[in-house]
Design a protein around this ligand. Sequence first.
Ligand SMILES: Cc1cc2nc3c(=O)[nH]c(=O)nc-3n(C[C@H](O)[C@H](O)[C@H](O)COP(=O)(O)O)c2cc1C
Length: 356
Amino acid sequence: MNNWKSLYIYFISGTGNAKASSEWIADEAKKKGLKTVIQQIDRLENIVMPDSDEKPLIGFAFPTHGFNAAPIMLKFIAGFPRGLSNEVFLLNTRAGMKISRLFLPGLSGVALMLPAFMLMLKGYKCIGFRPVDLPSNWIPLHPAIKKKVVESIFARCEKIVRGFAGKLLSGKKVYRGLFSLPVDLLISPVAFGYYFAGRFFLSKTFIASYKCNRCGLCIKECPTSSIKYVNERPYWKLTCESCMRCLNRCPEKAIEAAHGMAAVFWLIFTLINARIIILIINTLNIQPEVWWWKLATEVISIIGMILITSGLYRIMHYAMGFRPVKYFIRFTSLTALPFWRRFVFIKKNKKNHNLI
Ligand SMILES: Cc1cc2nc3c(=O)[nH]c(=O)nc-3n(C[C@H](O)[C@H](O)[C@H](O)COP(=O)(O)O)c2cc1C
């Protein structure tokens, strides 16, 4: 049986799902008389760690990004000190949907397995992990879910998360994430593709349209400090994790995922990349079938994709000063369509959990 005196949750949340989950768990812990501290790990700044005499149970809550934990959480866990407590738990929020009365789950991939393994290597015992299918916030892929549906998904998930917390706090182990292990293992290669390549491409698909009034909210709110002003307009750096906070919070709805621009980048990259690979083969007289060259081709393509996309993004950023470019980008951005809703933020209870 446990003898925890406190609960510390470290969370990262683009659009509030992991934050709400952390608050629900903290609520349950408070009912059991535990001191609760839930801390947002934005920019990995001012993180408060528990003292060992607080006998803490430590939790980590984060969204799933590309079938993996959000990169900032992986970085946080990699640098997390050893020996702060015996037990930890993990919660990943995923892309939940609802069609008619049917609640559809997202996919975790390695989002739970990898952090659990990293914490295990640090000597922590993972007493529970669970995916939670809160509303999908992947707005470049689909318009945001309608408010009524969001509310219904939230109500269902609140019960699930509180139940999860109740079991953990009463000393039970909950490994709910294991249910989908076969599928998660099957898609795990995509997680690594996303981590090492895909996310860098996505970071270069955001633009601030002519609606931007330079209020600076996106820069202030970005959890990874990935937005800065270049040429007097917001510019997204490669460190952007596409958490969707900026796109959904912008009061002017000025931030778009530029689909047309991304398609042009991809086309140019594909054309240039193929030529670079052929040039290297011919210059160095390489047999294209050898295994090491196949591996090298992948690495060259990833590095090429990051460099070419970044270069093109900077050019486009300046070119947006010209009307045709500005309008091409805006009118080929699906997120600019009138029916493409932004994420609906649910107002959470305002209980005091020492939210840092
Ligand atoms: C870039 C990106 C990648 C995502 N990848 C996945 C994924 O692989 N699997 C999944 O179920 N949901 C995925 N989602 C959806 C989010 O994980 C989900 O909406 C989550 O609840 C958001 O939590 P938050 O509001 O705390 O950021 C992704 C969302 C974004 C923006």
